[in-house]
Write a protein of this length. Structure first.
Lengths: 114, 109
């Protein structure tokens, strides 16, 4: 079965640079979530989109922005990167008004800020 | 404040030694309690969803149960390949998931 696709899988940036992370949800899924997971921590919700509209916002820094496109893929844009932004970034998708409410996670993008 | 607490933080078992992981949640009006498995450096893998007290779900050596305040993940006769971090999560505001800190399970051969 098709899964969530994330690219790139690994990204190394310098401080103050920008980064763009991409997420391709499971086909027919209409909702995308972004989570950040620091070393030894649990995933923390950043932001979500339903049908291309922002549906919920968590602890996402103002330096970050995201959007969902007409083909349902999503991009997380990160600017003025800081050392503390180094983490695993996961995208998850679901079909909002069907199924059991579970979210399916991608393999993640490991971002390292030097 | 909605909170998910898992215990123990870490658990070492011998192969075949059954045990249980605990997840306590505080949100009123539970809209779903989820269990995930996460291997190092990989995305969480969905295991179970539970909605109401008394509900039970099973998959291979794993069984998840739910009470009014807790959920348990029972592992029967575990194998080394069951070693992973097990995360519990619940729906809080919107449809976001709030995770517990996880239980790191190690099963020794």
């Amino acid at each position: 079965a098709a899964g969530v696709i994330q690219s790139p899988r690994h990204l190394i940036k310098e401080k103050r640079e920008t980064a763009t992370l991409k997420c391709y949800p499971i086909p027919r899924h209409d909702t995308v979530y972004w989570y950040q997971q620091g070393p030894g921590q649990d995933p923390q919700f950043l932001i979500s989109f339903y049908e291309k509209m922002q549906s919920d916002k968590g602890s996402i820094p103002d330096r970050f922005s995201a959007q969902q496109f007409s083909d349902y893929h999503s991009e997380l844009n990160m600017s003025s990167l800081e050392l503390g932004d180094s983490a695993l970034y996961f995208c998850a998708s679901r079909l909002l008004f069907a199924g059991g409410g579970e979210q399916f996670f991608g393999p993640g993008t490991r971002l390292t800020v030097l | 404040e909605d909170q998910v607490t898992q215990s123990p933080e870490a658990l070492r078992l011998q192969e075949g030694e059954s045990s249980s992981l605990n997840c306590s949640y505080t949100v009123s009006g539970l809209r779903g309690l989820f269990w995930y498995r996460q291997d190092p450096g990989k995305g969480p893998e969905f295991l179970f969803t539970l909605y109401s007290a008394g509900e039970e779900k099973e998959k291979e050596r794993l069984k998840a149960t739910l009470t009014k305040k807790e959920s348990f993940l029972h592992i029967t006769a575990p194998k080394p390949e069951d070693s992973a971090t097990y995360l519990c999560a619940e729906h809080t505001s919107g449809s976001r998931l709030t995770f517990g800190e996880g239980t790191q399970l190690t099963v020794n051969p």
